[in-house]
Design a protein around this ligand. Structure first.
Ligand code: G3H
Length: 256
């Protein structure tokens, strides 16, 4: 379960959220080996989050929401994979639809960012997903698998085996318009089939495929019940620590 905080919370608010989240999960005796929990704060919060997680030996993982494809040098405003690795990040989101839409990120750039993440031992959470027009045209499966294949260009099978893939239909992000569990399953299954076709069935079976888009405690169990959904990439609900802890504790919910 990964929480993408997007552009929310300063470094003090970040520390409070991590503390509350950790306490909620520890109170519930959360099994972090069974359900890993990660937070993706803004860059400016990473040092505070790292200090807290390392200092209190919390079992939470953390990462960033983006990285530069460049190594170092005259790239004003960019943050490198090396910087994130030095801060102890495990994960980095790559190709989020908000990066693609508002920052013009192409499949080629997403691929370059994946390469940069792997250079520094970061596990990428590769985001793919279709907009409303594509969904209405019913070409969403082909759209998503094409995004996936383009993003993975020239990566090795060893690298792809460790990647996390997040299917996030753009029309369901921040809108309250959650895809049905069957919608999530359809594309997550197609992602796995594409990985099997490009690499091997055993690689495809081992890759973690997440769903993202208006996930909440109230709907997570139905989504997680789907065969090819291994977790969720949560936006808005992840900045409420009780709600996000409840999402991570989806196995406690009764709707399965
Ligand atoms: O990265 C997270 C997704 O964009 C989902 O955001 P949301 O849960 O606010 O819809």
């Amino acid at each position: 379960m990964a929480g993408n905080w997007k552009m929310n919370l300063d470094h003090q608010q970040a520390a409070h959220l991590v503390q509350k989240l950790a306490w909620s999960l520890q109170d519930a005796k959360h099994d972090f080996d069974a359900v890993e929990v990660a937070v993706l704060p803004p860059f400016t919060d990473l040092r505070s989050v790292q200090t807290l997680i390392d200092g209190d030996k919390l079992k939470l993982k953390f990462g960033a929401q983006d990285l530069s494809q460049h190594e170092a040098g005259a790239y004003t405003g960019e943050i490198s994979g090396a910087m994130l690795a030095k801060l102890g990040c495990s994960y980095v989101a790559v190709g989020h639809s908000e990066r693609r839409e508002y920052h013009g990120e192409t499949d080629a750039l997403v691929n370059a960012k994946l390469v940069a993440a792997f250079r520094h031992g970061l596990t990428p959470i590769l985001c793919i997903g279709e907009g409303l027009e594509v969904r209405k045209a019913a070409t969403h499966v082909d759209h998503c698998t094409a995004q996936l294949e383009a993003a993975l260009t020239d990566l090795t099978a060893e690298q792809v085996a460790t990647i996390v893939i997040a299917y996030e239909p753009v029309w369901a992000i921040g809108t309250g318009e959650v895809a049905t569990p069957e919608d999530a399953q359809e594309v997550c299954a197609a992602v796995r089939d594409k990985l099997a076709q490009l690499y091997s069935q055993s690689l495809a079976d081992g890759v973690r495929v997440l769903y993202g888009g208006s996930v909440k405690a109230a709907n997570v169990a139905g989504i997680m019940a789907q065969e090819d959904v291994d977790g969720a990439l949560v936006g808005g609900a992840s900045i409420d620590p009780a709600e996000f802890a409840s999402i991570a504790r989806y196995r406690d919910h009764v709707t399965r």
